[in-house]
Design a protein around this ligand. Structure first.
Ligand code: C5P
Length: 205
């Protein structure tokens, strides 16, 4: 069983994908981490994330980089969003994701283009979304909880900028697959969203 979980930043898709993987006993790949590793590697190389050649070179990042805490930062998220625009980068990361999706027994993958590009043949496709305000508030709570001094308005502006870049790029733009089920978590708590996702998978598999 392949489960594709797509959606914009801070929608809860990662949490939902993790919970589905645990519930159904499947391996999970957060594909955003691959793009974050490329963004981070460009930075470490002193390259330009908007330059396709620099970004492509960074796709040969070492596996150990995937464990680096720096990948989780907002800065790296922004770099990831910039390198992910380049088709050459997306192609370079395709095989790794496809191989994970098609491993015997199945898998859960979360990202932006799992249901549309990486696994159009997925058994279940979820598109997890929420309003910019709801996502901004969640991210703000999470960041201030970690002791960071950030303004919610700045976070919302950053989320809106990242949405626009992800949705308007030419290659693999962020959008629900035609056969995806939309799960809007604006009014849903974490546990309710997870319960609903499990129910959808049970129904559709
Ligand atoms: O999901 P996450 O915020 O970690 O992703 C970081 C960035 O990587 C996204 O803003 C998006 O531009 C890019 N990405 C992508 N395709 C994926 C996963 C992430 O383009 N499958």
């Amino acid at each position: 069983m392949i489960i594709a979980v797509d959606g914009p930043t801070a929608s809860g898709k990662g949490t939902i994908a993790q919970a589905l993987a645990a519930h159904f006993g499947l391996p999970h790949l957060d594909t955003g981490l691959l793009y974050r590793a490329v963004g981070r590697q460009v930075f470490l190389d002193g390259g330009d994330p908007d330059n396709g050649g620099d970004a492509l070179a960074a796709t040969s990042f070492p596996d150990s980089l995937l464990l680096d805490d720096a990948l989780r930062s907002e800065e790296t998220g922004g770099l990831a969003s910039r390198v992910s625009v380049h088709s050459s980068v997306r192609q370079a990361l395709f095989e790794r994701q496809r191989a994970f999706a098609t491993q015997p027994g199945g898998a859960v993958l979360d990202g932006r283009d799992i249901g549309t590009v990486i696994a159009p043949d997925a058994d279940v496709k979820l598109f997890v979304t929420a309003s910019v305000q709801a996502r901004g508030e969640r991210r703000w709570k999470e960041m201030t909880g970690r002791g960071l001094d950030v303004a919610q308005a700045d976070i919302e502006a950053d989320i809106a900028r990242r949405d626009a870049r992800d949705m308007n790029r030419e290659d693999a733009p962020l959008k629900p697959a035609s056969d995806a089920l939309i799960l809007d978590t604006t009014q849903l708590g974490k546990d309710a969203a997870i319960a609903m996702a499990i129910e959808v998978v049970e129904e559709r598999r």
